[in-house]
Design a protein around this ligand. Structure first.
Ligand code: ADP
Length: 634
């Protein structure tokens, strides 16, 4: 043995020569021990350490030999160390075992099992302590891991949102977790050690209790049972549980425990029912819609069609589902339809509407109004198109009939106008002759024949003059409809001023006062609008009451047109004649009361309509009238 082992100041004396003789043996045992070993003098100084110890504590041998054992110990274990050494020195025990924490050189502590024995020499003097140090880390870690594992399982059990209940093979509750207690509204004491089928969950109906008993019986036979079941939950609410009963068996296949897992799916079930109800409604809306409804693949195959669509095109649902829209679309409408469809798929448009023709299974054409939109998934990939189809065959037929009638009407109107023009134009010439010769007759022979003849001559002259006026007005009327309209921007004020100057004499005679608002410049046919103002102002002067005529012309800008008004203070018109006065030859007075042909307002109407506007009248009999006409903005 090394001389270092002898501490001359130590009460332990190494005097036995046998001890040194056994050194080789001792060294081998000491060095090769798998556990840490040390010889420590009575002051705690390390005299000798083996390889296993310095490997355990991270120091070199030299470092350890410069230290004392207490220095290596966790401060909390110092007291224990002193007690142990004192006990050994006092011969109270031969070997002392203790769990101490040594400090690793890296600073952390190492749990160890320490056995300490006191070595005495031949005269029983204490020489040193033999200290065996077994690394307990592996055990400790396993203990910690086991504890952590158990705790994790416990936490999992307690904090699981699932209801978990453990039953013994007879169905008696061994354990129940918080989720299950919460769901049932029970305490642990009310459940544990009682039969599972007596829990108030199952008291909802007698059948439920029988059902759960049957399930337990099956699980006892080693079968896993899954079911969805309504139970009486906390606060007497009905809850739906998704239940799973699983038997746990030992190696011999014996059932040693039953595990019950339950999930409260009340909300999920309610949501599912609501969703299904909504789906049913949507399906009903689809199926029973009176318009054709369909879902199609992006390339046009029918995916789902309703009865209305089947009826419209004459195919059964099963037939349509094997076809695409292209195959029943009229060839003349296909290109337009495909153009829209590709714009829709390309994201250029969000939906489209068009009128198109399908070819009915029996071969005839069905006109439809089609609205199509596209449904995409979250990534924007087209899923399917939704098409709504309305049968407009009848409307199309009516439209065609209307078009036919309109063109027929236009044609007959044109013919009538032509006739009126020709008639009035050609009548003018012979009439002019009759009128000039009767006027000549009257001038030459008046007073030379008998008084009766003079009267007749007067009648003829009057009749001829009237007929001339009528023909002239009729000609004007037919011209208004026939003439090519040259439109130009004209200040209306210029037109009104011209009219007033033309009828200046009449205005002065009747002592009329004519005023007007600021009048706009409008794109019109100057000559026709002049005629319009002339007719309206002339009527306002003609149909005056006792007071001298007061005429005011107004102009108001509306969103799409100028509204021009010619207001007078004349005799007024009964409301029931508001329409009639605009028809040809319609007059409300005899010629002796007010002269005229009854064409003036008809001409006004035609002029306004040719300008794209309309004319109407507002009047209070005895108070005056206002004639309005609109001139649309370009
Ligand atoms: P005419 O003036 O030749 O009788 P119109 O077509 O111009 O023919 O007018 C038709 C009828 O409308 C007139 O006979 C008259 O009864 C009524 N009328 C037209 N303008 C006015 C007016 N400003 N005030 C009252 N009555 C009017």
């Amino acid at each position: 043995m090394d001389e270092n082992l002898i501490d001359t100041h130590n009460p332990c004396e190494l005097a036995d020569p046998m001890f040194l003789e056994n050194e080789t043996l001792f060294r081998n045992v000491f060095e090769q021990s798998a556990g840490g070993m040390a010889l420590v003098d009575c002051n705690g100084r390390l005299l000798r350490v083996n390889h296993a110890l310095w490997a355990m504590l991270g120091y070199t041998e030299a470092e350890l030999l410069a230290m004392t054992l207490p220095e290596l110990l966790h401060p909390d274990d110092h007291q224990q160390y002193y007690t142990n050494t004192q006990t050994l020195l006092a011969d109270a025990v031969q070997v002392d075992h203790a769990e101490w924490r040594y400090l690793h050189k890296q600073g952390y502590h190492v749990w160890t099992l320490v056995s300490m024995a006191l070595v005495r020499d031949a005269i029983a003097q204490p020489t040193c302590f033999v200290v065996q140090i077994q690394d307990l880390r592996a055990h400790k870690e396993r203990d910690v891991a086991d504890a952590a594992h158990a705790q994790a399982l416990h936490l999992l059990f307690e904090h699981s949102s699932q209801c978990i209940i453990l039953l013994d093979p007879a169905g008696i509750v061994l354990e129940i977790n918080q989720a299950a207690l919460d769901c049932a509204g029970l305490t642990r004491a009310e459940v544990v050690q009682y039969p599972f089928w007596e829990m108030r969950w199952w008291s909802i109906t007698p059948q439920t209790q029988q059902q759960i008993q049957a399930a337990i019986a099956q699980a006892q036979q080693g079968h896993s049972i899954a079911c969805e079941i309504d139970v009486l939950a906390v606060e007497n609410q009905v809850a739906t549980l998704e239940l799973l009963l699983k038997p746990v068996t030992d190696r011999t296949g014996q059932v040693i425990m039953l595990i019950v897992e339950g999930r409260d799916i009340t909300e999920a079930k309610r949501a599912r029912a609501a969703r299904e109800q909504m789906e049913d409604r949507i399906r009903d809306a689809f199926d029973y819609a009176t318009i054709g409804m369909a879902l199609l693949t992006p390339d046009g195959r029918w995916l789902k069609v309703n009865q209305a669509l089947c009826d419209m095109v004459g195919y059964a649902e099963a037939e349509l589902l094997t076809m695409n829209f292209q195959s029943i679309t009229h060839p003349d409408d296909l290109a337009e339809n495909l153009h829209y469809a590709s714009q829709l798929l390309g994201g250029v448009i969000r939906n489209y509407e068009m009128e198109k023709r399908y070819i009915h299974k029996r071969g005839h054409i069905v006109w439809v109004s089609l609205s199509v939109s596209l449904v995409r998934d979250a990534q924007g990939t087209p899923l399917y198109t939704v098409a709504q189809t309305q049968d407009i065959t009848r409307r199309k037929r009516t439209e065609r009939e209307l078009e036919r009638q309109t063109s027929e009407l236009t044609r007959s109107n044109a013919e009538l106008e032509q006739f009126a023009y020709v008639a009035s134009h050609d009548l003018q010439e012979p009439l002019r002759k009759v009128a000039s010769y009767t006027t000549l007759l009257a001038r030459r022979y008046k007073g030379q024949l008998d008084p009766g003849a003079d009267k007749y001559i007067d009648y003829i002259v009057d009749g001829a003059t009237r007929m001339q006026n009528l023909i002239s007005d009729l000609l004007t009327y037919s011209r208004v409809g026939r003439e090519q309209l040259v439109m130009e921007p004209v200040p209306l004020r210029e037109i009104v001023d011209q009219v007033l100057s033309d009828i200046g004499a009449t205005v002065r005679e009747s002592e009329a006062v004519i005023t007007y608002d600021v009048l706009p410049t409008v794109s019109v046919n100057r000559q026709q609008i002049g005629q319009l103002f002339q007719n309206l102002i002339a009527n306002a002067l003609k149909f005056h009451g006792h007071a001298p005529p007061r005429i005011h012309i107004t102009a108001e800008l509306r969103s799409d047109a100028w509204i021009i008004g010619v207001r007078d203070n004349g005799i007024g018109i009964e409301p029931q004649y508001a329409e009639r006065i605009f028809a040809v030859f319609q007059r409300l007075h005899s010629r002796t009361e007010y002269p005229g042909t009854g064409i003036g307002l008809a001409i006004c109407k035609k002029i306004v309509e040719r300008h794209g506007g309309s004319i109407w009248m507002d009047s209070e009999p005895g108070q005056g009238s206002t004639f309005y006409f609109s001139l649309p903005l370009p």
